[in-house]
Ligand binder design. Structure first.
Ligand code: PEP
Ligand code: MG
Length: 593
C-alpha cells in the first residue's frame, strides 16, 4: 500500500484517524444515448419523477438543517428549490428529450455544460461561484433518475470524510459531531464556511488539498492533522502510533484547557480580565460559550449578506441579532455593522471593482454611501437591543466626520423607532473600530464621541506597516511586535483608560499568548478572539501576575525591533511564569493573521 502525505490548510485543529468515506460523486454522462420514438414519453416521465423526488429530498433536507442549525442555514436549500422550480429549466430539459430523442441523463448533462459556460463567462466572482449551486441541483436530479435508486445510505460508523467541495449547507448536513472524525477536502480555505463549521463542531479538518479525492479510496486508513495541516493516507504502524500519541496529548491538553472555561478570569494577583468571542455565524455561539467566552466581542455581520442570494431584510437581521442577544445574555453581544466593499463584494448589488480594494469603499464608507441598507441594519440591531446587552460597532473609521454622520443617522433611526413604539435599549453603547492609523492617532478625540473602542489589530497592522495582510510575498513584514505598532496600540489603550471608556482588542493579537500578555501589561482587560483560542489565552493570563506583565510591557518600549520585543517578552514570561507556556504549546494551532 502506498503511503501518501499531503499538505493543505489546517483549518480546524486536532487529529483524526479512521477510515475514509467518499460521498458518491455524480459524473454527468458524455454519451448521448438515443431512444426509440415510443420511448420518449417514458423518458419524460422518468425526468418528472426524478424532479419530484428531488423536490421531496430538498424539502426534507431543508427541514433537517433548519432543526439542526437554524433557519439561516437552511436558506441555501430554499434557493435550490427555487432553481428546481424554474419553469425555463424544466422546459429546457424536456425539449432536449423530445427534440433529440435522447435519454434524460443526456438532457441534464447538456444543461449542466450550458450553465457552466454561462457562469464562467460572468465577471463577478460571487456569481461565478453560484454555478456550484445549479450543478448541485442538477446532480441530485441526475442521481434520482436511477429507478432502483441505490440510496446513498447515511453513514453508520465513524469515518473521515473526504470531499471535493462541500457547499456550506452540505457541510451542515454531512458533518456530525458523532460520526465525522475528521474532514479533508480538495477545495476550501481558512475562512470558508465549511472551515468555520468544522471548528464549531470540533472536527479536525484540512482543506485546500487540491486532489485528495483522487488519491484516496473508500475505506483506506487516513490521518487528518488539522493542527499542522497534513493528511496521511495509509500510514504504516509506526506513524499511526506517533500520531496516536500526538492525538492523546492534544486531547488531554484540550480537556485541561477547557476546564479553564469554568474558572474565574483573573490574573494571579486578582486582576479581572474578560475573554470574549469573535464569531461569524450565529451557530458559533454555543462553541464560544463552552470555551468560556463572556460575551461576543465581535460579530462580523457581513456573513449575513454573503450567505444569501438576495439582500437580507430587516427581519432577517433582527432574527439573528435577537438570537445572539438572547443566547449570550447576560453577557454583551457586539454587532459590527457591515464591513464589506472592495474585495468582499456584495453579490446582491452591482458594486464596481476597485483598483485598490483595501483602500477603497469599504465598511463604514460603504454604509454611508448606501444609507438605506445601513438604516435597515441599524433598525434591526436597535430592536434586538431591548434586552439591554447589545452593543454596536462601526468598522474602518478614518475621521471624526464619519463618526458624527453615523451618530446622526443612528439618532434618526432611534427617533423613527420611538415614533413606531418599538422597544429598544435607549442606552445602547456605540463604539468604533480603531483599525486605520489615523483613527488611532486621534483616539482621544474619537473617544469623546463614542462609548467604547475596539482595536482591530489585523487591519491596523496592515495599514500602519503598509503590508497587505493577505499577501504571502510580504508576510515577513507583517509584525504585530513591530515597535511602532506596539507603541501605537499602547497609546490607544491609554487614551481609553484616561477617558474611562471601554477598550477591546478584537484582532488576532488578542489570541496569541505573548502578545495578549503584552496587551494586559499595557492596561487592556477585554480580549476578543476566535473561540478556539479562548482557553489558551485564559490559561495564560490566569498564570501570570498583572504586575509582571506591566513591567515587561514598559521595558519593550526601549527595544528597537519586532524580533527583540518578541524574544524579550517570551523570555521574561518563561523566566517569571513558565507555567504560562506549559503543556502542549507546540500542539496548538496558531491564530491566522
Ligand atoms: C481587524 O481588522 O483586526 C478585525 C478584527 O476585523 P477583520 O479581521 O474582520 O477585518
Ligand atoms: Mg478589520
Amino acid at each position: 500500500m502506498d503511503i501518501t502525505r499531503l499538505r493543505g490548510i489546517g483549518v480546524s485543529p486536532g487529529i483524526a484517524m479512521g477510515e475514509a468515506l467518499l460521498p458518491r460523486r455524480v459524473i454527468f454522462t458524455s454519451r448521448k444515448e438515443i431512444v426509440a420514438d415510443d420511448q420518449v414519453p417514458d423518458e419524460l416521465k422518468r425526468l418528472r419523477q426524478a424532479l419530484d423526488r428531488t423536490r421531496d429530498d430538498l424539502a426534507r433536507i431543508k427541514e433537517g438543517v433548519r432543526e439542526k442549525l437554524g433557519p439561516d442555514s437552511s436558506l441555501i436549500f430554499e434557493a435550490h428549490l427555487l432553481i428546481l422550480e424554474d419553469p425555463a429549466l424544466v422546459a429546457g430539459l424536456e425539449a432536449v428529450i423530445r427534440e433529440e430523442k435522447a435519454r434524460a441523463e443526456w438532457a441534464l448533462s447538456k444543461a449542466n455544460t450550458r450553465f457552466e459556460q454561462l457562469f464562467e463567462a460572468l465577471a463577478d466572482e460571487y456569481f461565478r461561484q453560484r454555478k456550484s449551486d445549479v450543478a448541485d441541483v442538477l446532480k441530485r436530479v441526475y442521481r434520482n433518475l436511477e429507478t432502483k435508486r441505490e440510496k446513498e445510505k447515511a453513514p453508520q460508523k465513524p469515518h473521515v470524510l473526504i470531499a471535493h467541495e462541500l457547499l456550506p449547507s452540505e457541510a451542515a448536513l454531512r458533518l456530525s459531531r458523532e460520526l465525522t472524525l475528521g474532514l479533508a477536502m480538495d477545495m476550501g480555505g481558512q475562512t470558508s464556511h465549511t472551515a468555520i463549521l468544522a471548528r464549531s463542531l470540533g472536527i479536525p479538518a484540512v482543506l485546500g488539498l487540491r486532489d485528495i479525492t483522487r488519491q484516496v479510496r473508500e475505506g483506506e486508513f487516513i490521518i487528518v492533522d488539522g493542527t499542522d495541516g497534513e493528511v496521511i493516507i495509509n500510514p504504516p504502524p509506526a506513524v499511526r502510533r506517533e500520531f496516536q500519541a500526538k492525538k492523546e496529548k492534544y486531547e488531554n491538553y484540550g480537556r485541561e484547557l477547557q476546564k479553564t472555561a469554568k474558572l474565574k478570569s483573573e490574573t494571579l494577583d486578582r486582576v479581572r480580565f474578560i475573554p470574549q468571542a469573535n464569531i461569524e455565524l450565529p451557530e458559533e455561539l454555543g462553541l464560544a460559550t463552552s470555551m468560556g467566552a463572556e460575551g461576543v466581542g465581535l460579530f462580523r455581520s457581513e456573513f449575513i449578506y454573503l450567505r444569501r442570494e438576495s439582500l437580507p431584510t430587516e427581519e432577517d437581521h433582527f432574527e439573528i441579532y435577537a438570537h445572539l442577544a438572547k443566547g449570550a445574555h447576560p453577557h454583551p453581544v457586539t454587532i459590527r455593522t457591515l464591513d464589506i466593499g472592495g474585495e468582499k463584494s456584495l453579490p446582491q448589488l452591482n458594486i464596481e471593482k476597485e483598483p485598490n480594494p483595501a483602500l477603497g469603499l469599504r465598511a463604514v464608507r460603504f454604509s454611508l454611501r448606501n444609507r438605506d441598507l445601513f438604516r435597515i441594519q441599524l433598525r434591526a440591531i436597535l430592536r434586538a437591543s431591548a434586552g439591554g446587552n447589545v452593543r454596536i460597532l462601526v468598522p474602518m473609521i478614518t475621521e471624526i466626520d464619519e463618526v458624527l454622520q453615523v451618530k446622526e443617522i443612528f439618532e434618526d433611526v432611534k427617533r423613527e423607532l420611538r415614533r413606531k413604539g418599538e422597544a429598544f435599549d435607549e442606552k445602547i453603547p456605540l463604539g468604533i473600530m480603531i483599525e486605520v492609523p489615523a483613527a488611532a492617532a486621534l483616539a482621544d478625540i474619537m473617544l469623546r464621541e463614542v462609548d467604547f473602542i475596539s482595536i482591530g489589530t489585523n487591519d491596523l497592522i496592515q495599514y500602519y506597516l503598509a503590508v497587505d495582510r493577505a499577501n504571502d510575498f510580504v508576510t515577513y513584514l507583517y509584525k504585530p511586535f513591530h515597535p511602532a505598532v506596539i507603541r501605537l496600540i499602547r497609546s490607544v489603550i491609554h487614551a481609553a483608560l484616561k477617558a474611562e471608556k471601554d477598550v477591546v482588542v478584537c484582532g488576532e493579537m488578542a489570541a496569541d499568548t505573548p502578545s495578549a500578555i503584552l496587551l494586559l501589561g499595557f492596561g487592556l482587560r477585554t480580549f476578543s478572539m476566535n473561540p478556539i483560542f479562548i482557553p489558551r489565552v485564559k490559561k495564560a493570563l490566569r498564570s501570570i501576575e498583572c504586575r509582571t506583565a506591566e513591567k515587561i510591557a514598559e521595558e519593550t518600549l526601549k527595544l528597537r525591533s519586532a524580533q527583540e520585543i518578541e524574544e524579550y517578552v517570551t523570555e521574561e514570561i518563561l523566566l517569571r511564569h513558565p507555567q504560562v507556556f506549559l503543556t502542549g504549546q507546540t500542539l496548538e494551532a496558531q491564530p491566522k493573521k
